[in-house]
Design a protein around this ligand. Structure first.
Ligand code: HEC
Ligand code: HEC
Length: 338
């Protein structure tokens, strides 16, 4: 057997990198127990994604003619340049009516158990079919009549729903927009990390990931979307409004069910792209991500995080900022009336 003698410095270096590698690999394994990389698209057996549906759905997403006064489209409140949100505390519809809640991102939203802060919409298809109520004057029969007068749309609906006798319908608007939303997946450095790339996260992000796990955030924020899978009370240990300074107290799912157990219960939001979707919480009451993290630890887990821990978690959350497909970002040319 041949012995190779290495200088002490090199040996030390080997040991050192060996140790740090082993330590982060444990973290990577742990992370893979709680999280999953994003899927390529968010499939639904009830609404298979086809190129024709996605093409139509994207146009409808940008289509202001879905609102009767022709001023509001989905994209007005879910702008891709703002990571699928509108940057407002609460959205404003075309008649200047303020929406009761903050607009969550549409990116990676289709994979959640349900849609909206209270989960009152089963899926993106139902949500899209009904979202026109966010658009003033959204009288459904009128919208269908309007689209049926636009030849370009009639063809697009026929292509997307070839077996339907009357393809232009509210139901199919929901399916088409839903299919488009199911493609809005934004892979990020965190996905690369989960797939085995140690260098995808910075040291600080790794420490933040560990703090996120050890503090207990993963009890509610886990899976591919880092949330979006369960309903939980906002304010397990203290009334949330004491910390968020919310002016109006939103009762959450109680408003749907009138069941006392649902008081202040909301869908745990997904945290994909969260660094880019300020302001935070159902009422947009908190502007800075660091404050949202501090409040979460306090009211959900009864823990006081140090400034350093908050900084690390915020840094980790930054690794959830992903890339959008160029396709979704390109503004479509919409069919014109002739
Ligand atoms: C006037 C602004 C506005 C318009 C226009 C609008 N939305 Fe929204 N959207 C919101 C608000 C506010 C919420 C949160 C509602 C709630 O939870 O009560 C929301 C929620 C959603 C959600 C749920 C996301 C989640 O994580 O739960 C999806 C998906 C969505 N909208 C898609 C659409 C689509 C598709 C359209 C067009 C058909 C549309 N929105 C039009 C403001 C708007
Ligand atoms: C017991 C469940 C639970 C735990 C534990 C928990 N969260 Fe949350 N989180 C929620 C719920 C519910 C909301 C939605 C609150 C609302 O109504 O706005 C939320 C919202 C958030 C938001 C705002 C997202 C947005 O888009 O507005 C962030 C950021 C967040 N959590 C981070 C964390 C961090 C970091 C931890 C650990 C310190 C944590 N959460 C622990 C349930 C939880």
């Amino acid at each position: 057997m041949k012995h190779i003698t290495l200088p002490a410095g090199v040996l030390f270096l080997l040991m050192f990198t060996g140790v740090s590698h082993a330590a982060s690999s444990t973290l990577m394994k742990q992370a893979n127990q709680f999280f999953k990389p994003l899927p390529k698209v968010m499939e639904s057996p009830e609404n298979p994604i086809t190129p024709a549906k996605v093409k139509l759905g994207k146009m409808l997403f940008y289509e202001t003619r879905l609102s009767l006064d022709g001023t509001v489209s989905c994209e007005k409140c879910h702008m891709f340049g703002l990571y699928g949100t509108d940057g407002l505390k609460k959205s404003i519809a075309a008649d200047c009516k303020v929406a009761p809640r903050n607009a969550p991102t549409v990116l990676n939203a289709a994979g959640q158990i349900s849609e909206h802060w209270t989960g009152n919409m089963k899926d993106v298809e139902e949500q899209a079919g009904k979202a026109m109520s966010n658009m003033p004057g959204g009288n459904y029969t009128d919208v269908v009549a309007k689209l049926e007068h636009i030849k370009g749309y009639v063809k697009l609906f026929k292509d997307a729903f070839p077996h339907d006798k009357s393809p232009v319908s509210i139901h199919n608007i929901g399916l088409a927009i839903g299919a488009f939303e199911r493609t809005l997946v934004t892979p990020s450095p965190f996905d690369a990390y989960l797939r085995g790339d140690e260098h995808a996260l910075t040291q600080e992000q790794k420490e933040g990931l560990k703090t996120f796990i050890d503090t207990g955030c993963i009890q509610c924020h886990n899976g591919a979307y880092v949330g979006g899978m369960i309903y939980m009370k906002f304010g397990v240990f203290a009334p949330y409004w004491k910390y968020t300074k919310s002016k109006k107290i939103d009762k959450g799912r109680y408003e749907l069910t009138k069941n006392k157990a649902d008081l202040y219960v909301f869908k745990v939001p997904e945290l994909r792209n969260v660094a880019m979707t300020s302001p935070y919480f159902h009422d947009g009451s908190v502007e800075r991500l660091g404050d949202a993290v501090r409040i979460m630890a306090k009211v959900q887990l009864n823990k006081d995080l140090s400034k350093d821990e908050i900084k690390k978690i915020v840094s980790f959350l930054g690794s959830l900022t992903g890339t959008m497909s160029q396709y979704a970002l390109t503004v479509p040319v919409l069919p014109q009336e002739q």
